[in-house]
Design a binder for this molecule. Structure first.
Ligand SMILES: *Cc1c(COP(=O)(O)O)cnc(C)c1O
Length: 949
């Protein structure tokens, strides 16, 4: 047996299990099962044309040698990205720790208190530094967050403003170029009119609903915006501020000068540059706007015993997102990165952050004074870390600097900006000064005195981060234990399978993850000249090629930072395509009723009108209804959005007819690729007749879920859409008629792309295809076991087969007084995370085992569900004091001196033998959702401060 083959490590089923499983599903071979599952007319005829699989050791050597092609210059480009130091204790115990990176989004609060606390810390840091009342956790990048601010303010227009058609949004010329590009993308479909200019001569015309300022400005200048905000408010113009998080340590907070929204990135709180991401952005605003905040908010509530507990507050997002009423489509965000940034603040505390910010600011003063002494002027009267320097010839400076392996930002022929960061040393400062001395032909000066240039009107006076959590864990021992304490509260893939339908929680292999820690990948700024990022360019081009081959399409953009952003990007490409053909009026988007909530939300953001098409009782798109709607709207049909296999877990056999029907009526077909794990190597989106799809690299292609991100949602497109793939204003990328940016960085979260590149390269054609086959076998095996045990599985294919996931009906248990949530909570007592609850059908569980689970684990999970079914049978609607309603059970309950429940402690906590061996204890009892929403608390100040006893 060749144990070098990675597929053997990735796929959970062993050879000896295969026979048992096939017997259970009643198929003579895996081929037979696949034939019965996937309609013949959409099967691929040829194997995927990919390079042969590499073994893990060779792959790491390969990726190491490619990494050497990235040149790690000292980079002072700034523009929203700064080199930083990831504290090793955070890197080792979070970034490199599957206990953190393999967790799911914290919907099941009782087994997610650890990451919920880490995110609450993040929100607290943000509210304290921005001076706002509420913050979310988190958004995709600064540019996206700024666009979300614009659209939130647009939605918040008063009735009078809406009536008068107030739709102008002022964008300061100090705003970062990538943010401007993204605002353009988002403004067009909503018919928001962007007006650019200087905040100093803005006319405060009531035709504006909002304004965006940058603090400090893109080349470092700091302005006192208080007067601007006051005057804007007098005209009912709301003000968003994009702020640099590190500068806020020293600067007056935007909240203090009256801002309505504050956004930004937390990259420089210890997150590697990674050639553009992943990084967590923040979004902070006033309490009054809490119901309009995009993304997730973590809130404080209590559990059944009245004990403090955390949960995701207010809106249940994701699958239940507000469909076509939504103003945002944010689903997957950047949770792991938000956790890390929050921990950076915990580790350093307010004192440490002040030290770091002062160090950066001090060196910047030294630089300014040294340059001044050399006769080299700079234009920022007040600055934090960035100087806007006037030079004789920036091209000459560039040549000199690059020879010394230094990057500045060259604004134009005469101006250069230099942004210092946490890593900049005195030696670095000398090297920077030497570049300017040589370019200007003057003698280098090195001034070491520091006198702050910050006037009282912009300097911070308010204290921040005084809570205990930020003032307690500053030794490495304490920090390590704090991280571990939180980790232990959370159930992740390193404990048991997480069978979340539609989310594909498969193995995130160590070899796929290791390169993320290498400085040759982490240390590259997204706006360096592309020849300095040759290693990245090679990997990203290879990954694009691999995804083209897998989807059957002609071009790929890696820019979108999540599946939902991919949907939006794809629809915007379709929009641009219709426009290029003089058919810009096409604006109808047909979406099946069963679609994921992000689909209609993205369509609305792309300026489309959503028309919902029915699904029949078998869960398939109702062809007659679709034909009728396509025909009715044929003059204005823009697109169909379809998930394949469907969200019901079925390979609809009429899919080719469906796509043909849309094409015949002038539309394009968007395929939601969340279920790509059921296609790879066996069929593909091009084959079924789609024109564009997104892929969730964080589902199918092994990027870990991270507790709710990072995500990477590339779009792959047919030839006619390639010209429109999204661009970037700083580094040229995308098609030759590129739409404006979808994400801030040219290749989105490039660092995370290494994982998917590893996944595909390690599996190769055969490993990928075998994975799909194994995923289908696993699902069908579970289906047989559950059906045998009396569960109803909704929707199957024509030959009774499930795809890679299945929907288990829990509605019949209502007669016993049991809801699907009770089952989800009871599964925790058995050591399992619940499958997807109530999507796409209310009252059901959607189970997706993935190929990475082996027979033993599948059996344990089935045993648990079947045991729960037995328990349900002895529950009565009139008697809610039962083992399901009381679930989950905590160690505290079990070890309390008294036990008054009508069942035994053993039954509560050790219901099956395997549980005894590897018990996972939920850290709180069932959380009170309603109480949390009524008493919204979103920062980590002690709960007593908020709730009266
Ligand atoms: C996960 C998912 C999405 C959204 O993807 P994100 O990366 O979370 O934005 C869209 N559609 C379906 C069917 C999904 O499962």
């Amino acid at each position: 047996m060749n144990t070098d083959v990675f597929a053997k490590r990735h796929i959970g089923i062993g050879n000896k299990d295969l026979g048992t499983m096939l017997k259970k599903v009643g198929a003579s071979s895996l081929d037979q099962l696949i034939t019965e599952t996937i309609p013949a007319d959409i099967r691929l005829e040829e194997p995927l044309d990919l390079a042969p699989a590499m073994d893990e050791h060779s792959f790491l050597n390969h990726l190491h040698s490619v990494s050497q092609k990235n040149k790690l210059f000292k980079t002072y480009i700034g523009l929203g990205y700064h080199d930083t130091i990831t504290p090793s204790v955070i890197k080792r115990n979070i970034l490199e720790n599957p206990g953190w990176y393999t967790a799911y989004t914290p919907y099941q609060a009782e087994i997610a208190q650890g990451r919920l606390e880490a995110l609450l810390n993040f929100q607290t840091v943000i509210t304290e530094l921005t001076g706002m009342e509420l913050a979310n956790a988190s958004l995709l990048d600064e540019a996206t967050a700024a666009a979300e601010a614009m659209t939130m303010l647009f939605a918040l227009r008063s009735r009078a403003q809406k009536k008068q058609g107030v739709q102008k949004f002022f964008v300061s010329e100090e705003v970062l170029p990538q943010t401007v590009s993204l605002l353009k993308t988002r403004a067009i479909p909503l018919e928001i009119e962007l007006v650019f200019g200087s905040h100093t001569d803005f006319d405060f015309d009531p035709a504006y609903f909002g304004a965006l300022l940058q603090y400090p400005g893109k080349y470092g200048a700091i302005y006192d915006y208080e007067g601007f905000v006051t005057k804007a408010h007098e005209q009912e113009i709301k003000v968003a501020v994009a702020a640099d998080i590190m500068s806020l340590v020293l600067l007056k907070s935007p909240g203090e000068f009256g801002a309505d929204v504050v956004v930004g990135t937390t990259q420089r709180f210890g997150i590697p540059l990674g050639y553009g991401g992943p990084h967590a952005a923040f979004f902070a605003t006033r309490e009054a706007y809490k119901r309009n905040i995009p993304g997730r908010i973590i809130g404080v509530t209590k559990d059944l015993d009245g004990k403090r507990a955390l949960r995701m507050a207010l809106q249940t997002r994701e699958q239940h997102i507000k469909r076509d009423k939504a103003t945002s489509n944010i689903c997957t965000a950047q949770v792991l990165l938000a956790v890390m940034a929050g921990m950076y603040a915990v580790y350093h505390g307010p004192g440490g952050l002040k030290y770091i910010a002062n160090k950066i600011h001090g060196r910047t003063q030294q630089l300014a004074q040294s340059l001044a002494a050399m006769g080299v002027g700079q234009q920022n009267t007040q600055y934090f870390d960035t100087l806007n320097i006037k030079v004789t010839d920036s091209a000459k400076l560039k040549a000199i600097a690059e020879a010394k392996e230094i990057n500045f930002h060259y604004i134009d022929g005469k101006h250069v900006s230099v942004s210092l960061n946490e890593t900049t040393s005195d030696l670095d400062l000398e090297a920077i000064i030497a570049c300017f001395a040589e370019a200007e032909g003057v003698k280098a000066e090195n001034h070491s005195e520091t006198t702050t240039v910050l006037e009282a009107s912009v300097a911070r006076t308010q204290p921040f981060m005084e809570m205990e959590v930020f003032n307690r864990y500053h030794s490495e021992t304490e920090m390590m234990r704090y991280i571990k304490k939180l980790e232990r509260k959370d159930l992740a893939l390193n404990h048991s399978m997480i069978s979340l339908g539609s989310c594909t929680m498969k193995l995130n292999a160590a070899t796929e993850m290791l390169p993320l820690s290498w400085p040759q990948w982490g240390g590259v700024h997204p706006f360096v000249p592309v020849d300095q990022a040759a290693g990245y360019q090679e990997v990203l081009a290879s990954l694009e090629h691999q995804l083209n081959v897998i989807t059957g399409f002609a071009g790929t953009s890696l820019q979108p930072n999540s599946g939902a952003q991919g949907e939006y990007a794809g629809l915007m490409c379709i929009r641009a395509y219709h426009e290029s053909r003089g058919e810009g009026h096409r604006n109808i988007c047909i979406i099946p009723a069963s679609a994921h909530g992000t689909n209609p939300a993205s369509a609305v953001m792309a300026g489309m009108k959503v028309v919902v098409t029915k699904t029949d009782e078998k869960g398939n798109i109702d062809l007659n209804d679709l034909a009728e709607k396509a025909e009715k709207h044929k003059e204005n049909l823009s697109a169909l959005m379809v998930t394949y296999p469907s969200t019901h877990g079925v390979y609809e056999s009429s899919i080719k007819q469906i796509t043909q029907l849309i094409h015949d009526n002038g539309g394009q077909v968007y395929m939601d690729g969340a279920n790509m794990n059921a296609q790879v190597g066996l069929t593909n989106p091009a084959n079924i007749g789609a024109d564009v799809c997104h892929l969730n690299l964080h589902k199918t292609f092994a990027i870990p879920h991270g507790g709710g991100g990072p995500g990477v949602g590339p779009i792959c497109v047919a030839p006619q859409l390639v010209p429109f793939l999204p661009g970037n204003p700083v580094i040229p990328t995308g098609g030759d008629q590129a739409i404006t940016a979808i994400s801030a960085a040219p290749w989105g979260s490039a660092l995370a792309c290494l994982i998917s590149y590893a996944y595909i390269s390690l599996l190769g054609e055969k490993g990928l295809t075998d994975s799909t086959r194994a995923a289908i076998l696993n699902a069908n095996y579970m289906k047989e076991r559950l059906v045998d045990g009396g569960f109803d599985v909704l929707y199957t294919g024509e030959q009774g087969r499930a795809a890679h996931e299945m929907i288990v009906d829990c509605r019949p248990f209502k007669t016993n007084g049991i809801e699907v949530t009770d089952i989800a909570k009871r599964l925790m007592d058995y050591g399992f995370h619940a499958p997807t609850v109530s999507f796409p059908v209310a009252g059901t569980l959607m189970i997706e085992p993935t190929e990475s689970e082996g027979l033993a684990e599948l059996d344990r999970f089935c045993d648990a569900l079947l045991a729960i079914k037995n328990e349900i049978e002895s529950c009565h609607a009139e008697e809610p004091n039962n083992v399901l309603k009381n679930a989950p059970h905590t160690l505290e309950m079990l070890t309390a001196d008294s036990w008054e429940l009508p069942y035994s402690r053993e039954k509560a906590a050790y219901p099956l033998a395997y549980v005894t061996e590897n018990k996972f204890w939920p850290s709180v009892r069932r959380v009170d959702e309603a109480f949390g929403d009524r008493n919204l608390i979103c920062s980590c100040a002690p709960i007593e401060d908020f709730i009266e006893a």
